[in-house]
Design a protein around this ligand. Structure first.
Ligand SMILES: Nc1ncnc2c1ncn2[C@@H]1O[C@H](COP(=O)(O)OP(=O)(O)O)[C@@H](O)[C@H]1O
Ligand SMILES: O=C(O)C1=C[C@@H](OP(=O)(O)O)[C@@H](O)[C@H](O)C1
Ligand SMILES: [Mg+2]
Length: 181
């Protein structure tokens, strides 16, 4: 597949801005944006917390695996995936094989300021105290560290990060597949 046709996937911990930044990147590249969590919510007619509540986390992870792997194989999309998705080896492989994977990396000190804003919509945060959330934050970094490009996004606006992603993609595309005049 041409490098220009590959999907772009944003990964990283809950609340770092994958959905917000993904939507901006898609607009700037005139691509379709897909938020995998929103697709799952549409499929069930329920919010993510409701799916966790009714069916449990293992069921959610299994559905997330099927949905994310299928979407990763499309072309020319910008995808934001759930913060826990990339921990699943099958999802990681599908994304790394078919897409350009950007990891949005944020410092814990900055992330923890977002906790209050996130907790109602992220069931994974509701069953853990702050120490356990911090452990999960660092544990997930092992999976996130396998990517095509790591962006340190602390103290950057969503717009700045999106512009950086678009510029770096254009640079890569021109390097590997220069456009004819
Ligand atoms: N760069 C940013 N700076 C400040 N707030 C942000 C930034 N990116 C996202 N946000 C805010 O953080 C919250 C979580 O963002 P979201 O895009 O849903 O993250 P994710 O998809 O990674 O869980 C939202 O309220 C969003 O407006
Ligand atoms: O990290 C996780 O385990 C989760 C992250 C959420 O997505 P965001 O990363 O977009 O918040 C959502 O998939 C679900 O609540 C589980
Ligand atoms: Mg999201």
């Amino acid at each position: 597949m041409s490098v220009r046709q590959k999907n772009i996937v944003l990964i990283g911990f809950m609340g770092v801005g994958k959905t917000t930044i993904g939507e901006l990147v898609a607009k700037k590249l005139y691509r379709t944006f897909i938020d995998v969590d929103k697709e799952i919510e549409k499929d069930f007619g329920m919010t993510i917390p409701e799916i966790f509540e009714k069916h449990g986390e293992p069921f959610f992870r299994d559905y997330e695996k099927k949905k994310t792997c299928a979407l990763a194989e499309e072309k020319l999309k910008v995808l934001s995936i759930g913060g826990g998705a990339f921990v699943q080896p099958e999802i990681r492989q599908a994304c790394l094989d078919n897409c350009v994977v950007f990891y949005l990396d944020m410092a814990w000190e900055e992330w923890k300021e977002r906790l209050d804003m996130l907790i109602d919509s992220r069931p994974v945060l509701q069953t853990r105290d702050i120490t356990e959330i911090e452990e999960l934050f660092y544990k997930r970094q092992d999976a996130y560290s396998i990517n095509h490009s790591t962006l340190t996004i602390s103290n950057r606006s969503a717009e700045e990060v999106a512009d950086f992603i678009v510029d770096s993609l254009k640079h890569t595309w021109d390097m590997y597949e220069p456009m004819n005049d």
